[in-house]
Design a protein around this ligand. Structure first.
Ligand code: GDP
Ligand code: MG
Ligand code: ZN
Length: 268
C-alpha cells in the first residue's frame, strides 16, 4: 500500500503498471505466527505501508492503560524503517493524575514530537492537523486508543467506525491485518491500521537495536566493543548513562525486552 507506480492506459481504458518507483521508506513486520502450524517455517516480511511522511504512534493514557513497552516497540519498528516518528497520547481527559505530562516529557526529552490529545475536549488536535496536510501519514497503535475517533474529529466526512472491539479473535494471532488508506484531499492521505498486538521489528540484529533507541546513539560510540549489545558487556557507555540517569530506566528496560525477543527469534 502506498507505492508510487507508473502506468500506461490502454485504448479500452484499462491500465498496465510498468514501473513501481523506489520506495522512500516502508514499514514491515514479520507475518504473524500461524497457531497450530506444525512446521517451524520462516516468517516472511510483510509490507504494511510504503512512502510514508509521518508515522503517528497512537496510544491512550487510560482505557487502555498507557503501555510504554508497546509504544517503544512501535518506535523501534518506525525508526528501523526510516520513518519520521511522532507520538500521540490520547484520552487526556481521563487522566486525573497528570501521568500524561510525565510520559510526554520523557518522549519530548528524547527528541520526539509527543502530543497529548483528547477527542472529547478537542485538546491539541489542531497541532496534528497541521502535520497531516499535504502528506501521507500512518496512524498506528493498539485497538481502542482512539485512532478512528481522532481521524473522524479531524475529517468528519470519513465517518469511520469507532468503538469496535479488537479485530483479534480470543485465540489470538491467526488474523488478517488490513490497513485502509483514506484520501482526505488531493495531496493528503491517512492510513488507518487496526490494532496491531504484536510487533516484530523485522530483521534487526542485536548489535543494531541500540540505533533505534535514538537517545542511546550519543553514548554507543563510546562503548568498549563495537559489537556491544548494551546488555552486560564491560565498558558499556549506555549502561553507564543509565546508571548516571542520562538514559531513562524505562527506556532501557524496553530495550532489554526487545533485545530478548531478537535473541529468540532471529537467525542469520
Ligand atoms: N474519554 C475519551 N474517549 C475516547 C477518546 N478518543 C476515543 N475515545 C473512545 O475510545 C473508544 C475507541 O475509539 P476508536 O476510535 O474506535 O479506537 P481505535 O480502535 O484506535 O480506532 C471509543 O469508544 C471512543 O469513543 C478520548 O479522547 N477520550
Ligand atoms: Mg479504529
Ligand atoms: Zn554498550
Amino acid at each position: 500500500m502506498g507505492d508510487c507506480v507508473e502506468f500506461d492506459i490502454n485504448k479500452d481504458g484499462s491500465g498496465v503498471i510498468h514501473t513501481i518507483n523506489p520506495r522512500k521508506n516502508y514499514l514491515s513486520r514479520k507475518s504473524p505466527r500461524i497457531k497450530g502450524a506444525s512446521y517451524r517455517g520462516e516468517r516472511l516480511e510483510q509490507i504494511i505501508a510504503a512512502n510514508i511522511d509521518n508515522l503517528f504512534i497512537v496510544s491512550s493514557i487510560l482505557e487502555p492503560h498507557f503501555n510504554n513497552k508497546v509504544v517503544d516497540r512501535f518506535i523501534v519498528a518506525g525508526e528501523s524503517s526510516k520513518l519520521t516518528v511522532n507520538i500521540i497520547i490520547n484520552k487526556k481527559d481521563l487522566d486525573d493524575d497528570e501521568l500524561v505530562e510525565l510520559w510526554q516529557s520523557l518522549y519530548t526529552g528524547i527528541g520526539y514530537n509527543a502530543i497529548a490529545t483528547s477527542v472529547k475536549t478537542g485538546e491539541a488536535i489542531g497541532q496534528i492537523i497541521k502535520m497531516l496536510s499535504g502528506k501521507k501519514s500512518l496512524f498506528w497503535g493498539q485497538s481502542g486508543v482512539g485512532k478512528s475517533s481522532l481521524l473522524n474529529f479531524l475529517f468528519p466526512h470519513l465517518e469511520l467506525e469507532t468503538g469496535e472491539i479488537s479485530s483479534y479473535s480470543d485465540k489470538g494471532t491467526h488474523t488478517t491485518v488490513t490497513s485502509v488508506m483514506h484520501k482526505v484531499d488531493e495531496n493528503t492521505f491517512i492510513i488507518d491500521t487496526p490494532g496491531v498486538r504484536e510487533i516484530d521489528p523485522f530483521g534487526i540484529r542485536k548489535e543494531d537495536l541500540g540505533h533505534y533507541f535514538i537517545e542511546f546513539n550519543d553514548f554507543m560510540t563510546e562503548c568498549r566493543f563495537n559489537t556491544c549489545t548494551h546488555h552486560h558487556e564491560p565498558g558499556c557507555s549506555v549502561i553507564e548513562a543509565v546508571d548516571a540517569g542520562k538514559i531513562s530506566l524505562e527506556r532501557y528496560d524496553s530495550y532489554l525486552r526487545v533485545l530478548d525477543t531478537i535473541e529468540e527469534d532471529i537467525n542469520f
